[in-house]
Design a protein around this ligand. Structure first.
Ligand code: PMP
Length: 475
């Protein structure tokens, strides 16, 4: 079992009841994500006042509507940080082709963008090629990829087994309009890997998987409310930070504080499901407190609600996902990202009696349509990845690299996370932006908001190089 992150262990949660806050198992204990107005969550160590313990509010009452998507971080210096001004100038000078492409895109796409998370000021780099753990931008610069496509790039950029599987599938046709031979392998691999998943269904994204899971929960329970947590990101229409995105799926969400076990009392006779990430991913890579997650399990069981674990990101952290590490069995699990081998993917699955409701031969069958639910290339790539590439040992090795990275990073990085997912929380937005630009110049790519996801081709030397470079940037 992996050792908890030592720095994270020092940061208690003053809001949590002592007994509840104590980790039952060796997951990293509570770290305060301190998700604030700033889109980069901060780690607040000592100063968290009681007002932050307000456990919840009902979504319909929220007036503080979200206008920012999760990872959009302004780099334009607001307070005249001279170093940042210079860093931005150098960035603009170094990347004329990325700038040109951004401006050309902006003529046809709002802000030159079709995926909010990828926008950074003054413009994002356009990446033109990738191989292993390396990527190249449109101006010919090479980077080591520590973003790992926000966890979807677990296998790296050119795993030969996955590429072969895609090529072989291509040759036999890709839009067959029928069940294909790859989906069985992928479904079987998922059901054997996650003991809580008796039956599984595929879709095209993690967002869809979560929408389907909560819709299923509402249909089978006949209840309406969904308990979710502040700072959680479950998809483009399931985004909760200081309220809800105005684009959210219209369900009566009740939003509680993440890692606050007292939120269990909010599960009542009208709660269809509790939807929770066992570790906040986009919300700062903040491990869930096992006692909090256990309290959600117990409350859901006692009051007839379903527990849905969103393991879209975290399933990569253990063979059976974080649910295996925690020893908690959800009723439904949602998956996505790398499981499609790098192609568009989502899945949801769980208890047989729940999932059987989709059996089309039943007179009362629920419909779940989707032209690309069993997309041939995705099924083939995903099946090859899970059956021929990913092993328990590969997961353990990558998690150990993540632990090593957290250990070697300077304290000022306030590194959080678990295994191969790392959150960096450099205080002060402008400093964090300057550090990010500096890291790009040194040849290391990660998300400006401090998100790092390791991929299988990365080596110990790569990780050490990243840690040394970050230390130099912060010094
Ligand atoms: N759940 C979690 C925990 C995620 O991190 C994400 C994506 N960042 C999603 C759901 C949505 O997945 P997708 O982008 O495939 O819709």
């Amino acid at each position: 079992m992996l050792e908890p992150d030592a720095r994270a262990a020092d940061l208690g949660d003053p809001c949590a009841d002592d007994d509840l806050a104590r980790p039952e198992r060796d997951l990293p204990p509570v770290v305060d994500g301190g998700v604030g107005d700033d889109v980069r969550p901060r780690v607040e160590v000592a100063d968290r006042g009681p007002e932050r313990c307000i456990p919840c509010f009902v979504a319909v009452d929220v007036i503080d509507r979200m206008v920012e998507m999760p990872e959009s971080v302004e780099v334009v210096p607001a307070r005249g940080d001279a170093e940042l001004v210079h860093a931005v100038e150098r960035y603009v000078q170094r990347n004329p082709e990325s700038k040109r492409l951004h401006e050309a895109r902006a003529q046809f796409m709002p802000g030159g963008n079709t995926r909010s998370v990828l926008h950074v000021e003054p413009f994002p780099l356009t990446i033109v090629r990738a191989e292993g753990a390396q990527i190249w931008d449109a101006d010919g610069h090479e980077y080591l990829d520590f973003l790992g496509e926000f966890t979807a790039g677990l296998y790296g950029h050119s795993n030969p087994v996955i590429l072969d599987a895609i090529r072989a599938a291509l040759d036999d046709g890709i839009v067959l309009g029928a069940p294909n031979r790859y989906e069985l392998t992928l479904a079987e691999a998922l059901c054997s890997r996650f003991p809580s998943i008796d039956l599984v269904r595929f879709c095209n994204s993690g967002t869809e998987a979560n929408v389907m899971a909560i819709s299923l929960a509402r249909a089978v329970t006949g209840r309406s409310k969904i308990l979710v947590f502040d700072g959680a990101y479950h998809g483009g229409v399931l985004y909760f930070r200081h309220g809800e995105s105005p684009l959210n799926y219209p369900a009566p969400f009740v939003i509680a504080e993440y890692n606050d076990a007292s939120a269990a009392h909010l599960v009542d006779e009208d709660t269809a499901a509790v939807l929770v990430e066992p570790m906040l991913g986009s919300g700062g890579v903040i491990p869930g407190d096992p006692a909090f997650l256990r309290a959600m399990r117990d409350a859901a069981s006692e009051r007839g609600a379903l527990l849905i674990f969103d393991e879209v990101m975290t399933s990569r952290l253990a063979w059976g996902g974080l649910q295996e590490v925690l020893g908690i069995t959800p009723d439904l699990t949602t998956l996505g990202k790398y499981i499609g081998g790098g192609l568009a993917f989502g899945a949801f699955g769980g208890r047989r009696d729940l999932m059987e409701r989709f059996d089309p031969s039943r007179p009362d069958a629920l419909q779940h349509a989707g032209t690309f639910n069993n997309a041939v290339l995705t099924m083939a790539a995903g099946a090859a990845g899970l059956t021929k590439v990913l092993t328990r040992d590969a997961i353990a090795r990558l998690n150990a690299l993540g632990d090593r990275l957290r250990e070697r990073l300077p304290d000022e990085a306030h590194a959080t996370g678990y295994g191969s997912m790392v959150g960096l929380h450099v205080e002060d937005d402008e400093r964090a932006s300057r550090v990010h630009l500096g890291m790009l110049e040194r040849g290391y790519s990660y998300a400006r908001r401090g998100f790092v996801a390791l991929s299988l081709p990365l080596t110990q030397d790569d990780v050490d190089g990243f840690a040394d470079a970050l230390a130099a940037e912060l010094s």
